[in-house]
Design a protein around this ligand. Structure first.
Ligand SMILES: C[S@@+](CC[C@H](N)C(=O)[O-])C[C@H]1O[C@@H](n2cnc3c(N)ncnc32)[C@H](O)[C@@H]1O
Length: 333
């Protein structure tokens, strides 16, 4: 991490400033290791360029596994000339509206950055990007931006973030808060780290009454099953199923979903028995997104009214639905 990011950090327990000691810098002047110390003496290590405010991945272990295995599949640069060209950038634009003219030179935080596909968009637009991530995907993200002095990856908890209040110009969280035990608290914490007048974007799973992938009976049952297993078997069996769904079941489901009559049967089968991301035309994305749907420990779904309520309670104004969907909203602090 570049030393210029240090003033944004604070002790997640007390909110006090942190002092750095024992630091080692690389040839580009980035901090590789050292110790951060709060006023009350609590210490937090910087290991492999990442300040660490948690000592375990906690419930996010499946994400650590997922992002180590598929570390760059959704990065724009990996999809040039494929059917998924532009997908990540379009999604970022629809959810946040953070165009280059808005964020160039600004400090932008992402809560739950995973390996950093959206951090990549921010960095390419000239923003100073900070990604907060609970799982070991923090290390994956750090590697994805190795040597980039405009990107800082922090391992910590959204519900107890190690950032000063009002530290950032913009903040966003995409596909993350529903994976925490308290999404509304997560949004409040995100808002608190953004300056007054700054824009915040939040996108969570939508409640569909069981009609959508993420709250379908099949996905709920698969999640319950995989979460009853040891992490070795959870990851192994879920990965096997994700490949089976993405390569074998897809051959039936993709065309069947488009044929009137058959689409009803295919829809019922995918909702009740064989969940999968059959609408994506890239097999690597299907594997990743199927694994992502069936393994998380927490995965709640929400309504637009709930997200509006979270923003309202966080004292935001100008709350608007984004073009991405009913549970993707932006607001101004
Ligand atoms: C579905 S992934 C989305 C990653 C990224 N936003 C994207 O769309 O590519 C959700 C991420 O949120 C992270 N996460 C979940 N709970 C978290 C928490 N309490 N604090 C920080 N990160 C968290 C997970 O580890 C995971 O990497």
């Amino acid at each position: 991490m570049h030393p210029s990011f240090l003033p944004l950090l604070c002790c997640p327990k007390s909110g006090s400033d942190l002092s750095l000691s024992g630091e080692q810098l690389d040839t580009a002047g980035l901090i590789v290791s050292g110790t951060l110390k709060s006023a009350d003496g609590t210490t937090y290590p910087i290991v492999a360029g990442v300040p660490r405010f948690v000592s375990t991945e906690d419930y996010s272990e499946s994400f650590g596994y997922e992002w180590q295995r598929w570390s760059r599949v959704q990065f724009e640069s990996e999809n040039v000339g494929t059917r998924m060209t532009g997908h990540t950038t379009r999604m970022f634009d629809m959810v946040t509206g953070f165009t280059a003219d808005k964020i160039a030179g600004k400090t932008v935080v992402e809560f739950g950055c995973g390996p950093g596909r959206f951090i990549d968009v921010v960095a390419r637009r000239g923003g100073r990007a900070v990604g907060l991530e609970l799982s070991s995907a923090a290390d994956v993200a750090r590697k994805n931006f190795a040597g980039n002095s405009n990107v800082c990856i922090v391992q910590g908890d959204i519900l107890n973030p190690p950032f000063k209040s009002g530290a950032f110009d913009f903040g966003y969280t995409i596909g993350v808060l529903h994976h925490t035990p308290s999404p509304d608290t997560g949004l409040q914490k995100l808002v608190s780290t953004v300056k007054s007048g700054g824009t915040i974007a939040c996108c969570v799973y939508e409640s569909t009454g069981g009609r959508g992938l993420y709250d379908s009976p099949a996905v709920l049952a698969y999640r319950r099953f995989f979460n009853s297993l040891s992490s070795h078997w959870r990851h192994t069996l879920a990965r096997w199923y994700a490949f089976f769904s993405a390569y074998v079941l897809y051959v039936f489901f993709a065309p069947a979903m488009r044929i009137p009559g058959l689409s009803v049967i295919a829809g019922w089968l995918s909702a009740q028995v064989f969940p999968g991301v059959y609408y994506l035309r890239d097999a690597r994305w299907r594997v990743l997104d199927t694994f992502d749907a069936i393994t998380p420990h927490y995965a709640t779904t929400h309504t637009k009214e709930e997200v509006v309520d979270w923003f309202t309670k966080a004292h935001c104004s100008d709350i608007k639905q984004s073009p991405f969907g009913s549970t993707s909203l932006t607001a101004v602090k």
